[in-house]
Design a protein around this ligand. Structure first.
Ligand code: ZN
Ligand code: ZN
Length: 345
């Protein structure tokens, strides 16, 4: 069994890993077909971690995966060998007060694939064979490819962000940041009935994809810095902001074009930012966070399976696992890549 292991920044290796031979009663063995490279995987690759989270031992990366079931634990009755499943990377403890309250994304003892937040690290899912919990396996519609199924995780993140935004029907929505998360937030807002969606970024290539997927307008704020100005008239135009760039500059610039009472959903992680508090007060903004997901994972699988959200155009390259280093370099180049997938067969 081979896996993609990060040892330190820029030290990514495809190497042999010990397979799990014994299946517990509620375990499921999955032959991984596809895995998507996420921003957090890239952080481990480029910088060896983010913030105080650092790689302290070799760790298998990856948490956006799909594959086919090869073996079932003795107590698993609702899944079938051979079925394609999207595998949720999150395994909440089910016992802490947040799990008990249905807020599993805030679990005190979360195990999330490919995360160095705890030590020993939680090993990730970029591997040929993964033994996981039956509760993390979501069978997908036969029409879905493994690549689409592997998009369930980032889509779930954005469905949760959409829930945090509240009503979107008839709303005018601004999305800052046109990476995979920004574009998926756009698709969620569209599906939820947004009347108008404008997407901004500082690069043309990702904006072109947002346009192709249905943005009403895209603006490159680096090359057209004045393009947002007309939206500031009459105290602002947009009802809802999905901030998906993780930059303070994008958030602060959006304050001018948000109308009083607007809802801001901060999706991107972005360190420490200085905010004009007077604007938040005077325009009565609601600033909301959004973190991971829980039941939205099943919703993502369902919406894709019924053809209601099409994520295929986001996948701009697919490389075999042997070319993992090349794939990670490509994923880090926004002029050439949106979502890069690895295949494991
Ligand atoms: Zn992800
Ligand atoms: Zn918990």
């Amino acid at each position: 069994m081979r896996a993609i292991v990060i040892h330190a920044a820029k030290d990514l290796r495809v190497e042999a890993a010990a397979p799990t031979a014994l299946l517990g009663p509620t375990d499921v063995e999955v032959r991984i077909e596809t895995g998507g490279i996420c921003g957090s995987d890239l952080h481990y690759y480029q910088h060896g971690g983010f913030g105080v989270v650092r790689i302290k031992e070799p760790m298998i990366l990856g948490h956006e995966v799909a594959g086919r079931i090869t073996r079932l634990g003795s107590a698993v009755a609702h899944l079938k060998v051979g079925a394609r499943v999207a595998v949720s990377p999150s395994r909440p403890c089910r016992q802490c007060r947040y799990c008990q309250a249905g807020q599993q994304q805030h679990c005190r003892d979360m195990r999330f694939y490919g995360s160095a937040m705890r030590f020993p690290h939680v090993q990730g899912a970029f591997r040929e064979i993964l033994v996981t919990d039956a509760g993390q396996c979501h069978p997908v519609a036969p029409t879905l490819t493994a690549a689409e199924a592997a998009m369930a995780e980032p889509l779930a993140v954005c469905l949760h962000a959409g829930r945090q935004a509240g009503a979107l029907l008839g709303r005018r929505v601004l999305v800052t940041g046109s990476g995979p998360i920004g574009v998926l937030c756009m698709l969620v807002a569209r599906r939820a009935g947004a009347a108008e969606i404008v997407v901004t970024d500082v690069a043309d290539a990702p904006l072109a994809i947002a346009r192709r997927l249905g943005a009403d307008r895209t603006i490159n704020v680096a090359t057209e810095p004045q393009a947002l100005v007309p939206y500031a008239a009459d105290k602002g135009h947009f009802d809802t902001l999905f901030e998906a760039s993780g930059t303070g500059a994008a958030l602060v610039a959006a304050f001018d074009v948000l109308r009083p009472g607007a809802v801001i959903v901060q999706v991107g992680l972005g360190g420490t930012v200085t905010l004009p508090i007077n604007t938040i007060v005077a325009k009565e903004f609601e600033l909301r966070g959004t973190f991971r997901f829980h039941e939205e994972y099943a919703l993502a699988v369902d919406l894709m399976g019924r053809g209601l959200i099409d994520v295929k155009p986001l996948v701009t390259a697919t490389l075999p696992m042997e070319r993992a280093v090349e794939a990670f370099e490509l994923a880090g180049d926004r002029s050439r890549a949106m979502k890069v997938h690895l295949t494991f067969e």
